[in-house]
Every structure is written in structure tokens, then in C-alpha cells.
Design a binder for this molecule. Structure first.
Ligand code: NAD
Length: 505
């Protein structure tokens, strides 16, 4: 039996329960169907066959979940930080214990390659451990003195929160948003993406199995415009942590306006990787290729615009094209696969349409440029490189969210900066140069929330994560996550006898 066949057999055994039971909601510690009994089907990105029917939660389900989160809040918020820390570490241990199941289910649900997803559980567990360790100090504040008052700031959890996640790497992103919420003392209602809801289901059952009290973490599956919308409008939900498209962020802001929701948005990107002629070009090429073709290019931080100094443009893009052509596209559970099938035929269509648009705009296909006939006949698209592009083209301006890279030449640093900043997005930027002064000057002026110099995207949990412009509002990571999930409160104590104005005699 080949390794792939062995993996497929294992994946089938992990997926069998979803085929049999469907994917249910989880509210107040109970596994339940949608209140009105309705469901929707999910299909495999590998062979487009049905994988499971999923509870189609609506406003009534969200209301039950929000009430459960509200009921559980006082006790959870009052739990001492040390106890919360222990419990969150237990959840991390339980995630690691089911690492293989999580990886295989995630691969089959999303089409992401095992090469990258094999670490999904470990990264998810690390998110829990990182915030667990900070739970005991989450409430700490500052002391600020005046001559006759001492001000004490403290933080308190904001209340029940909603977490809405996208389909691209759902397990990692769910842990990234939910772990700090729990560590802060908030209770949660999670609405995962309708294309890939399976690992969210595993997560909540792992957490409760590890001892998380009922009602602290609730799961409502459903469509964005139904369950998602209801969650953003619910008066008991105090904040929405959202990861997804920029235009969905706008909708959520509108929907949450009536109840004055606090929002945190991690949105789309059209991130430049800027390569100057003096860079270490081998490393720059490896990084550019990795950052666009890993995770199927379905990655908010992908380096989807390659800006290359004119003098090396031909040679550098030829090198990238060669690498792109050699990338193995295949079954997500094949250990050699780099690019698996895209999540869904709807998304595949969008990516292929962009490839047609690029051709129509006059760019040259230097690699890929078509659907790939992969195992199972699913949503495979060949790693694609466009050369001869300019920054006005739609393939340079719009987020494609697939394995498609658009390469644009620049004359000098000023032009590189102008091109890099001339998009509506500002999530990440990557700069390759051996001139340290230029690296500093350039990154200082680059409009992005996160910039890596002579490096691909290496996530360090204490650092702030988030975007500027249409790429987001707010920051995750380190203490920034707690700032979102908590309210800062100031208490002023008189330490002297200050003059109190006497009104009315
Ligand atoms: P999406 O915006 O379509 O959906 C995200 C989630 O929002 C889903 O759960 C969906 O059901 C829900 N939703 C949709 N409409 C809603 C509404 N009206 N009210 C409430 N919820 C609603 O995004 P997607 O297609 O699932 O994911 C891809 C996008 O996510 C890309 O733009 C990508 O860049 C972005 N993303 C950003 C980051 C980041 O950290 N910045 C990370 C991953 C993905």
C-alpha cells in the first residue's frame, strides 16, 4: 500500500463519523441540530463528492448559543487566571493527542496539503499554550499617580464574544482567535466558514473533553448571511473577532452598528514582495515561491505581487517560473504534494477567471495558467506566474486567493515604493535587499501592518499581527489580543485632600 493510499484509508476512518452523524452545532455543552432541522451539504475538494451534511444554524440557534455564552460568562470570567492557564494547557495537550486526525480532516475538508497541515495541530496547540501562559497577568494594569490621586488601571473581560472564521486554514485561525478570548475570560460563540466546518467541530469537543465548562465555547454552523449575520447583530455578543474578506468586514461593521459591536478585522491582502538587484536572489526566489504557492495560495499573507528591479527582472522571473513549473500538484494527503485542490468549484472558477482576465489584460503566462488534471478530478489549478504585468491590471490589484503570482518590473526604489503602496490593501510586505539603510527607509514607508525584510513570513506569537487600509482593523498577538477581548478600566483613589468645588452652598 502506498503512503497516499494508507493516508486516504486513515482519512476515511476519521471522516466516517461526519458522514454518519453530520456536523452538528454545540450549544451549552449539548450537541444539537439546527433548531429548524435544516442542513447544507459540504463536498470534498478532491473529488467533489458529498462529505457531510452540516447543521444550518440561523438566528434562533445563534440566540440560544449567545444566551448560553452569557449564562456561562460570570463563572468563567471569575475563574482565577492560574486555573484558566492549567485548563487551556490541558486543551493544548488534547489537541496534540489528536494531531493526526486534525491534520487529515483539515486536508480533506480544505484541500490543503499534508506537507503544511501536518503541523496544524501543533500550531493550534501552541496558540493555546501561548495565551494560557499569559492568562494570569491578563488583568494587570498600570498605576498612574498625580499629587493627590493614585489611578489604577485594570482589565476585565468584555463579555461573550463572537468569532467568525474563513475556510482557508480554519483550524489554525480558530485557535488563534478563540484561545486569547478564553484566556482573557470571555465566553465564545464560534461561526466557522460553511466550506470547511469539520475541524471547528473537533475543536469544541476536544476543549470540553479537556474540562472546559459547558457554555463557555459554543459552535453554530451556518451561512454567513444567516448565522454569521445573526451573531454580529446579537445584543448579548459584545465583540466580533472576524477573519475573512474585506467586503464581509464592511457588512459586519454595518450589521454590528446597532448594538455598537467592538470589531477586530483580519481581512484580505495583495501583498508585495519587493526584490532589489542587490538581494540574495536565490533566497529571495525561494521565499517568493514559498509565500505564494504554499497553502495553495489561499493565504491572506501570500506574496501575490512580485515587484522586481528591472535589471534582474527577466532572470529572476525565469527562475521563479522554473520553480513554479516543478511544484508538485496533487492529492492533499500525498506527502509530496505542495499544491492541493482549491477549496471548492466556486473558488476554482474565480481563480481560473482571474487567469483569463490576466491573459485578456495582456500579461504573459510564464508558468501554469490552467486547470490541472489531478487525482479525483477536483479543483486543481497549476501554480501560475504572470510576467509582463503592470500595477493597473486587475491581477495586480485584486485578491485572487489562489496559486497565482503577478510579476511587475520597477526602475528604482521610488517606483518600487509607489507600486507597492498603490493597492487598497496593506496586510504584509516582503523586502529583499542587502542595503540595510534602504531596507529601513523602504519598510518605514511601505503601507503594511507586517513587513519581513530578507525573510519569508515567520510568525512569532508575541508580535502584532494585522493589516492597514482595507486589510484590517486591530491587532492580534501578544498583549494586543487581550486589549481586544478586554475592557480597560481606570479607578482613581484619593491619596490627599484635594479641593472639591462646593456647589449649592
Ligand atoms: P468570507 O468573508 O467570505 O467569509 C468569512 C466568514 O464570514 C465565513 O464564516 C462566512 O460565513 C462569514 N460571513 C459571510 N458573510 C457574513 C455576514 N454578512 N455576516 C457575518 N458573517 C459573514 O471569507 P472567506 O472567503 O471564507 O475567506 C477568504 C478571505 O479571508 C480572504 O480575503 C483572505 O485574505 C481572508 N483572510 C484573512 C486573514 C488575515 O489574517 N488577515 C487570514 C485568513 C484569511
Amino acid at each position: 500500500m502506498s503512503k497516499l493510499d494508507e493516508n486516504i484509508a486513515k482519512a476515511e476512518s476519521y471522516l466516517a463519523r461526519f458522514k454518519a452523524e453530520g456536523v452538528l452545532n454545540h450549544i451549552a455543552g449539548e450537541t444539537v441540530p439546527a433548531a429548524d432541522g435544516s442542513t447544507f451539504e459540504i463536498i470534498s475538494p478532491v473529488d467533489l463528492q458529498p462529505m457531510a451534511s452540516v447543521a444550518r444554524g440561523k438566528a434562533e440557534d445563534v440566540d440560544r448559543a449567545a444566551k448560553a455564552a452569557k449564562a456561562a460568562f460570570a463563572e468563567w470570567a471569575a475563574m482565577p487566571g492560574d486555573a484558566r492557564k492549567k485548563l487551556l494547557h490541558k486543551i493544548a495537550d488534547a489537541i496534540v493527542a489528536r494531531a493526526e486526525e486534525i491534520a487529515f480532516v483539515e486536508c480533506m475538508d480544505t484541500g490543503q496539503a499534508l506537507k503544511f497541515m501536518s503541523k496544524a495541530a501543533l500550531r493550534g496547540a501552541e496558540n493555546f499554550r501561548f495565551f494560557a501562559d499569559r492568562a494570569p497577568e491578563a488583568r494587570d494594569g498600570k498605576v498612574l499617580r498625580t499629587s493627590d490621586q493614585t489611578n489604577m488601571t485594570t482589565r476585565v473581560p468584555i463579555g461573550p464574544v463572537g468569532v467568525i472564521t474563513p475556510w482557508n486554514t480554519p483550524f489554525m485561525l480558530s485557535t488563534w482567535k478563540i484561545a486569547p478570548a478564553l484566556a482573557a475570560g470571555c465566553t465564545v460563540v464560534h461561526k466557522p466558514a460553511e466550506f470547511s466546518p469539520l475541524t471547528a467541530r473537533l475543536l469544541v469537543e476536544i476543549a470540553e473533553g479537556a474540562g472546559l465548562p459547558k457554555g463557555v465555547w459554543n459552535l453554530v454552523n451556518g451561512l454567513g448571511e444567516e448565522a454569521g449575520k445573526a451573531l454580529t447583530e446579537h445584543p448579548d455578543i459584545k465583540a466580533i473577532g472576524f477573519v475573512g474578506e474585506s467586503r464581509t468586514g464592511s457588512m459586519i461593521m454595518r450589521q454590528g452598528a446597532e448594538t455598537l459591536k467592538r470589531v477586530h478585522f483580519e481581512l484580505g491582502g495583495k501583498n508585495p514582495v519587493v526584490v532589489f538587484a542587490d538581494a540574495d536572489l536565490d533566497r529571495a526566489a525561494d521565499a517568493a515561491v514559498f509565500m505564494i504557492y504554499s497553502l495553495n495560495g489561499e493565504r491572506c499573507t501570500s506574496s501575490s505581487r512580485l515587484l522586481v528591479e528591472e535589471s534582474i527582472y527577466e532572470a529572476f522571473t525565469a527562475k521563479v517560473a522554473e520553480k513554479a513549473k516543478r511544484i508538485k500538484v496533487g492529492h492533499p494527503l500525498d506527502p509530496e504534494t505542495v499544491v492541493g485542490p482549491l477549496i471548492h468549484p466556486v473558488h476554482e472558477r474565480k481563480v481560473l477567471d482571474y487567469i483569463d482576465i490576466g491573459r485578456g489584460e495582456g500579461a504573459t503566462v510564464a508558468a501554469g495558467g490552467a486547470k490541472f488534471d489531478g487525482p479525483g478530478g477536483g479543483c486543481y489549478v497549476s501554480p501560475t506566474l504572470f510576467t509582463g504585468a503592470n500595477n493597473q491590471m486587475r491581477i495586480a490589484q485584486e485578491e485572487i486567493f489562489g496559486p497565482v503570482l503577478t510579476a511587475i518590473p520597477f526602475r528604482d526604489e521610488a517606483e518600487a515604493l509607489a507600486l507597492a503602496n498603490d493597492v487598497q490593501y496593506g496586510l504584509t510586505g516582503y523586502v529583499w535587499t542587502s542595503d540595510v539603510t534602504r531596507a529601513f527607509r523602504f519598510s518605514d514607508r511601505l503601507e503594511a501592518g507586517m513587513i519581513w525584510v530578507n525573510s519569508e513570513n515567520v510568525r512569532h506569537l508575541p508580535t502584532p499581527f494585522g493589516g492597514v487600509k482595507n486589510s484590517g482593523i486591530g491587532r492580534d498577538g501578544g498583549d494586543w489580543s487581550f486589549d481586544f477581548y478586554m475592557e480597560t478600566k481606570n479607578i482613581a483613589f484619593a491619596t490627599g485632600v484635594h479641593a472639591i468645588p462646593k456647589l449649592g452652598g
